[in-house]
Write a new protein. Structure first.
Length: 836
């Protein structure tokens, strides 16, 4: 917590370094120096906007033009970030079920890069002690992954073994469980119930009961680590000898368990959903109980699956969406139920369901050329978080590899469609921030690769598990040869610039059965302030507690190519009978780095990479390489500088459909990432950004998208810009009269991506009249400062901007001389501020 009294007396030069354009400020104090700047700005924001309104920059001011250009870059980065708009969404038929995957262009091959997007690390075997004991005894054993704590576990009857799969060390043993163990899960402790040294709770299901065990972690000095530590892979784990709670199952068997970020624990048994509810009842006593949510009176108001199908259906799988507080269930027969956990995540009520027959009928009616058998046997469900889509909620995978996308939003009213006059944009999509789930509707069907019009798929491809991440989907399938299995990774990270979903495939084969697949936190997550956990904290928990305005916020994460300089790559842990394999995704900039290292800047692989990502994004990735602080990359930096200089100096030509260098696209229908085809969706990402240099009055935002209703469908604002170029930074108001170079736009784009989280989000919140606190931690600000310092160093070292210091000073002098009443000055550090 930070207070104004604790801040030093710093002049209002803090207002604010990161609001200046990149050409001017990267040479003089662009980076944040600590909390004081953020806190002082947030507290004085209202006074500052009034003064800035009186001294607003004149038309054509470089400062304002640069700010507008940054806003435009942020908008373009998020224009089609929502997954819905990649799935052939038709604005004139917003509720139409669409189909993809039938075209060969939906799954293009990127083999010409000669660099695999996913690479498998050295397999890690199961500890030899466990293998020896398993061979010496006859027992019932299970094995699984606990990605939250970077551990794997094995059970032998009632004995529990846990070890660190990263280093094959820290083997922990627990033998205080009297019955045979069936499942193990890691849960977050509820606030105020346990002591601070309890970092995680192990939920252990047996044949007779469920136990909660306390897990604690210490560092190399045997000191307890911080409770909120994200990465505990290098810490030592300890299990308390006595169980915290123990609840009998009364003869039922647990089929699946899930936990929420708030610590709620749900498990499925037979056809019912239970919650393991524990709380601190008093100083010397705690309370734990089992709640059956399927037999509550309120749930009988909706048709149950037993009434639809004529029999009780056992629940096989559970999936929870922590961003929206929704719980989904999948029965053994393929039926799906939806439970609303409430706005705060503390409720539980059933809101919708679909039987397997209903799902199959709706999918087959939309895909009449596809064999109906492809839609039978749903084997897995995965919640789609709101950071991926605000309109899609769930993806279900069938045994043949078909992915079915569902929404929990109500359909668009027919009256709204009928009342739309001819030539007017269709009605806007609903604002989803305050809408709770009320329905379950099929929105999209994606056919797996290898299917042709004759209805013949791969007869040996039988999916039995799946995983969904931001831009990566994973399917685990049997190969039909003994116990062999394959893990297929579908990724759109290198194809995100396209207007529809295109995925690259990478397959990994195993001679034994794959038992589990989990997404784990990367080792780089500790240095990433835009990770999923921090993004969830700042955008969901913070707003729910302090009721911050969400106007202009962007909850959908941009494509990975935009956030790759700060977000860690995807990391998939695969458990089979022989051990653990870790598959790590290479980011696009890592692929470029490998291409430059192995083949050089003039290689066919580099040209193919340029065709794939376009000139501007390629220049941005070259900038990332130049900003890297690694002395071993000198040769790679020289190659990156060569690409940036040769490509970046070219002038853009306003021609649609032509790739950056006049070369053929990698796939036949790949549109140029630098000149995308005309799009019929505007403000689809709800990107109504507020310029830091203007007040919040609507009249002063006429140059932005804010004049159009958010989430409106139709011709985009500034459509002449989006049709001509991906990132238009030349003029804030008028169509291009001059064409800037790729290097010019790449510098703007990279700068906007570095500061995007601060630029589009509140920086502080007010606690009392004299006390405010920053949303961002000191580590997060240090990360931002380091990124901007590295950017400034690269610009100076490689002379990426000519005479930036002179241009900056001349701009300030001319602005001061043109308006003597505007008392603005530059301090000795080059900061620009207003005197109040």
């Amino acid at each position: 917590m930070n207070t104004l009294s604790s801040c030093p007396n710093i002049p209002l030069s803090a207002v604010v370094p990161h609001f200046h354009p990149p050409e001017f400020l990267l040479c003089r104090g662009i980076y944040l120096t600590g909390y004081a700047y953020i806190l002082e700005y947030a507290y004085c924001e209202r006074m500052l906007v009034d003064r800035m309104a009186q001294h607003s920059p004149a038309k054509g001011d470089p400062l304002q033009n640069s700010s507008n250009a940054v806003i435009r870059c942020l908008w373009k980065d998020r224009e089609l970030a929502d997954l819905l708009f990649k799935l052939k969404f038709d604005p004139n038929q917003p509720d139409k079920v669409t189909v993809s995957g039938l075209s060969i262009d939906d799954y293009p091959s990127l083999k010409d890069l000669d660099i695999a997007e996913f690479c498998s690390q050295r397999p890690r075997p199961v500890p030899q002690e466990l293998i020896d004991q398993l061979n010496e005894t006859e027992c019932v054993y299970t094995i699984g992954i606990l990605p939250e704590i970077s551990r794997a576990y094995m059970t032998m009857d009632s004995d529990l073994y846990i070890w660190n799969y990263e280093e094959n060390s820290d083997l922990a043993y627990f033998d205080g469980i009297p019955n045979t163990i069936t499942k193990v899960l890691v849960a977050k402790p509820k606030t105020g119930v346990f002591h601070e040294f309890v970092h995680h709770v192990l939920v252990v299901a047996t044949t007779r009961d469920i136990l909660l065990l306390a897990a604690s972690f210490t560092n190399e000095h045997n000191m307890t680590i911080a409770v909120d530590s994200v990465n505990v892979s290098s810490a030592q784990m300890f299990l308390l000898p006595d169980a915290l709670f123990k609840i009998p199952l009364e003869g039922s068997t647990v089929s699946d368990m899930v936990t929420t970020r708030d610590g709620r624990i749900f498990f499925a048994s037979e056809e019912c959903i239970y919650e393991l509810d524990y709380q601190d009842k008093g100083w010397f006593q705690r309370k734990c109980r089992k709640v059956n949510h399927s037999k509550r009176l309120l749930n009988y108001l909706l048709p149950s699956l037993s009434l639809i199908t004529g029999k009780e259906e056992k629940i096989a799988r559970l999936s929870v969406d922590d961003t929206r507080h929704i719980l989904y269930t999948l029965s053994e027969n393929g039926s799906i139920q939806v439970f609303d956990l409430g706005n705060d995540g503390n409720e539980m009520r059933k809101v919708a369901s679909l039987s397997h027959a209903q799902i199959q009928d709706r999918a087959s009616n939309e895909c009449r050329t596809v064999d109906r058998a492809f839609f039978t046997d749903i084997v897995s469900i995965n919640a789609i978080p709101s950071t991926r889509s605000q309109y899609l909620h769930l993806v279900a995978t069938t045994r043949k590899g078909v992915r079915l996308y569902f929404t929990c939003l109500p359909p668009t009213p027919i009256s709204a469609l009928i009342s739309t006059p001819y030539g007017v944009s269709p009605p806007s999509l609903p604002e989803t921030a305050d809408i709770r789930p009320t329905d379950l509707r099929l929105r999209h069907v994606r056919i797996p690769p290898g299917y042709n019009a004759g209805g013949i798929g791969n007869p040996y491809f039988t999916v039995y598990d799946s995983l969904f991440s931001h831009e990566v989907s994973v399917m685990v399938a049997e190969c039909g040869v003994d116990a062999a299995s394959t893990v297929t990774c579908f990724s759109s990270s290198n194809l995100s610039a396209q207007d529809y979903l295109m995925e690259n495939l990478t397959k990994f084969s195993f001679t034994t059965t794959v038992l589990a697949v989990e997404r784990t936190l990367s080792n780089a997550v500790s240095g990433n302030f835009m990770s999923d956990l921090i993004n969830f904290r700042s955008k969901v928990q913070f707003r729910s507690h302090f009721q911050l305005p969400v106007e202009g916020s962007v909850d959908v994460r941009p494509p990975y190519i935009i956030s790759q300089h700060r977000d860690p790559p995807e990391r998939i842990v695969i458990l089979n009978e022989k051990g653990i394999s870790i598959v790590e995704q290479r980011s696009p900039v890592d692929i470029l780095r490998e291409i430059l290292h192995q083949f050089g800047a003039d290689s066919p692989q580099a040209n193919y990479f340029l065709q794939l990502h376009g000139a501007i994004n390629t220049c941005v990735m070259a900038l990332i390489i130049l900003c890297a602080d690694n002395a071993a990359d000198l040769a790679i930096k020289d190659a990156a500088l060569r690409i940036f200089s040769s490509l970046g100096s070219q002038r853009k030509m306003p021609m649609n459909g032509i790739s950056a260098m006049g070369m053929r696209s990698p796939a036949g229908r790949l549109s140029s990432p630098d000149w995308p085809q005309a799009r019929n969706i505007s403000t689809v990402a709800d990107c109504t950004f507020r310029s830091p240099l203007r007040t919040s009055t609507p009249e002063q935002f006429s140059f932005m998208m804010s004049n159009s209703p958010p989430r409106t469908i139709g011709p985009p604002p500034n459509s002449y810009i989006s049709q001509m170029d991906e990132y238009a930074t030349d003029s804030p108001l008028l169509p291009y009269t001059t064409r800037s170079s790729y290097r010019h736009d790449a510098i703007y784009v990279y700068f906007s991506r570095i500061v995007s989280n601060l630029w589009t989000s509140p920086l502080c919140y007010k606690i009392s009249e004299n006390e405010i606190s920053s949303i961002f931690s000191l580590d997060e600000l240090d990360w931002l400062s380091a990124q901007l310092c590295a950017f400034q160093k690269a610009i100076d070292e490689y002379a990426l901007i000519t005479n930036s210091q002179q241009t900056y000073q001349q701009s300030l002098v001319s602005r001061r001389d043109s308006n003597p009443s505007n008392q603005r000055s530059v301090d000795d550090k080059g900061f620009f501020y207003c005197r109040l």
